[in-house]
Design a protein around this ligand. Structure first.
Ligand code: SAM
Length: 280
């Protein structure tokens, strides 16, 4: 396998800096640099882009992003032990890597980047879902980012791209697909990571749409979808009755049979329902 840069292999980096993986930080590292370069390529054309990376760890994906031509990478890492390894990468790519030691749930550095901006991460799954929801629900749309390329537990990835009628279909699918194109672009077995996690993983690539796929008020849509999937086995006229006393009329106005269940309803129909409720 050819080297992607002149820095030492990741196993050596980990040994030198004593980066034994910590479970508490969800550390499952990718040590194959050809694989991390492949993930970086899924993020699209990086030349001319600022990339925000969350959780660089020993820097496998960071090196992939830089070798694939990112104009600049801003990386946020919570584990201080990783900083010397990341400093070596910064030295090998002068002026192109900045590292912030902190918690990505508490810092929002997007304002410090220059568009076009892409986001890429191999993160602990709970942090990843929380950040995904935040990135999908900014105050203004289109968001400052152009695309998100994120590693998830396979089951979470399937929830993001799920279609009506499937068990995985729910709030995450509707939130993601309302204003972005979401695709699973890579699947990774547990053995791709060190140490291997218990489950398989997948990379999801989301591209921001210039405007929502169907018009709807974000707050109303979010309330309707939350209520509908909170009691997903109930008929919609029951699960949504707290939203409006005239819910059956609104469901019919949106073309939804009131006895239908949430997992059967398309994004387009949920948006029509949100519009009908908004017009109250
Ligand atoms: N990107 C590296 C790779 O692919 O090998 C590391 C991935 S590892 C799954 C997740 C990384 O996120 C770890 O380096 C961990 O320390 C870091 N991390 C965990 N929680 C974080 C948080 N809240 N903010 C920033 N980094 C975090």
């Amino acid at each position: 396998m050819s080297a992607i840069d002149t820095l030492p292999p990741l196993r050596e980096v980990i040994a030198t800096h004593q980066l034994s993986a910590r479970k508490s930080l969800g550390q499952n590292f990718l040590l194959d640099l050809n694989l991390t370069a492949k993930i970086a390529r899924q993020a699209g054309d990086l030349s001319g882009c600022d990339v925000l990376e969350i959780g660089p760890g020993p820097g496998g994906l960071t090196r992939g992003l830089l070798s694939e031509g990112a104009r600049r990478v801003l990386a946020i890492e919570k584990d201080q032990r990783c900083l010397p390894a990341l400093a070596d990468i910064a030295a090998a790519y002068p002026g192109r890597l900045e590292v912030i030691n902190g918690d990505a749930l508490e810092i929002d550095p997007l304002a410090h980047l220059t568009p076009p901006i892409r986001i890429a991460a191999n993160l602990p799954y709970n942090v990843g879902t929380e950040l995904l929801v935040r990135w999908l629900t900014p105050k203004e749309w289109p968001p400052v980012w152009q695309s998100l390329t994120l590693m998830f537990q396979r089951e979470v990835a399937e929830r993001i791209v799920a279609q009506p009628g499937s068990k995985a279909y729910g709030r995450l699918a509707l939130l993601a697909q309302w204003r972005s194109d979401a695709r699973i672009v890579m699947s990774l077995p547990p053995g791709a990571f060190t140490p291997p996690p218990k489950v398989s993983s997948a990379v999801v690539h989301l591209t921001a749409l210039p405007e929502p796929r169907f018009p709807a008020d974000a707050a109303v849509l979010s309330r309707v979808v939350a209520a509908a999937f909170n009691q997903r086995r109930k008929m919609l006229r029951a699960s949504l009755k707290g939203i409006s006393p005239a819910i059956e009329d609104h469901l019919r106005a949106a073309g939804i049979p009131p006895t239908e269940r949430a997992e059967q309803i398309s994004l387009e129909a949920f948006c029509a329902l949100a519009r009908s409720l908004k017009s109250l």
